[in-house]
Design a protein around this ligand. Structure first.
Ligand code: SF4
Length: 370
């Protein structure tokens, strides 16, 4: 898709995993054809930006050679599944993912809205409940639990039947009127129309909201990057170590790593001040932005109190706005500050410059309840 600084290209790796050859290959292609910072997305995809129209065919051919292009566009757009990065060898997750992709590619598969997605959350405990998905599959005493997002009950299923049950739910979504003009989400349907009793025989167990882990975990090492942007050289270096699993928290799990990779700029700890700020693309990458966003967010990060999150938005549209306590919105005359709202909320202060914002954050550090 076009953007302010050239084309943006999104790669949706199978299983959210890049083999070492794919990671290395993408790094080579990005170094040649795109901006040197690669965006990780909240759908565990990888985005290259700043691509010239003239380079697009060669880039596409390179990705095809790496096995990262689906045979047809429908297959790619239907393959909207998020896989927990914490799967273990032998736990059946890759096989389940392949079966689901196969089922979604069948001619009898329902035509689902573009944003409709599946979460394969089959690690020891569910970690994807905070991530957008419409049909969820989780591990359960009887094998798997398959349920509609927004419902408190689902169907227990064996590994052999789990995908069949998931497709049954997808068909129900369509026949119950969940989709209209290519739009619609499961939670909205479930709020109006309860899931049929035979698809809701088993309660969904409550779990604590999972905080995304950083650093060493049993499956390897989770590393992050400022603003979820991975430098090409870092992708190259990490891919030399092992395959990489992309996470929906805009980080990467270095598969099987037993120590933190010795590379500069990696985020490996939850207390890293860079995790307290986020920013949309801003200028010049987005043509709608009134100002650059990331330089300001970077400068302000050390001033944000640990209990707060600050988001800097290039305009009032507020793309990918997280649940931030503070939002700065760029305007032609400075930055507006919104407390506990969205980028479109009425501002609490207008036309601030960096010094005024810094003063506000320092005040907040002494009165964090504000
Ligand atoms: S919030 Fe505005 S400036 Fe930021 S990426 Fe979206 S449209 Fe562009």
């Amino acid at each position: 898709m076009p953007s302010g600084d050239g084309l943006v290209l999104r790669i949706r790796p199978p299983l959210g995993r890049l083999t070492q050859a794919q990671g290395h290959g993408i790094a080579e292609l990005a170094a040649r054809y795109s901006h040197p910072l690669l965006d990780l997305t909240s759908r565990a995809n990888l985005q290259l930006r700043g691509i010239a129209e003239a380079d697009y065919p060669a880039l596409l051919a390179g990705l095809q050679a790496l096995g990262l292009i689906d045979t047809d566009i429908n297959a790619e757009s239907r393959r909207n599944l998020l896989v927990s990065p914490f799967w273990e060898a032998g736990d059946g997750t890759p096989a389940l993912a392949r079966l689901l992709v196969e089922a979604l590619g069948q001619p009898i598969a329902p035509t689902l809205p573009a944003k409709f997605g599946f979460a394969l959350d089959c690690g020891p405990t569910p970690v994807l409940r905070g991530c957008s998905a419409d049909i969820r599959l989780e591990r359960h005493a009887q094998g798997f639990l398959v349920y509609a997002n927004g419902s408190t009950r689902g169907m227990a299923a064996s590994a052999e039947c789990a995908i069949e049950r998931a497709m049954e739910l997808a068909h129900w979504f369509i026949t119950a009127g969940g989709a209209s003009f290519g739009r619609g989400r499961m939670a909205a349907l479930v709020a109006q129309t309860p899931v049929p009793a035979h698809m809701a025989s088993t309660p969904v167990p409550a779990t604590h909201a999972a905080c995304p882990p950083w650093g060493l975990v049993p499956q390897g090492c989770v590393v992050g990057f400022e603003f979820g942007q991975m430098p090409v050289d870092t992708l190259r270096a990490l891919s030399a170590l092992s395959p990489l699993r992309l996470t929906p928290w805009r980080s990467v799990l270095v598969e099987g790593a037993q120590s933190v990779p010795a590379l500069p700029t990696l985020i490996t700890h939850v207390d890293d001040v860079r995790l307290r700020v986020s920013a949309c693309t801003g200028a010049p990458g987005c043509t709608q932005a009134a100002a650059p966003t990331r330089d300001l967010a970077h400068a302000l990060a050390p001033l944000v109190p640990p209990s707060h999150r600050l988001h800097v938005s290039g305009c009032r549209k507020g793309c990918a706005h997280p649940d931030a306590a503070l939002t700065l919105v760029a305007t032609p005359t400075g930055f507006d500050l919104v407390q506990h709202g969205t980028a479109a909320s009425p501002p609490d202060a207008r036309d601030l410059n960096q010094a005024a914002i810094a003063a506000h954050l320092k005040q907040l550090a002494h009165a964090p309840h504000l």
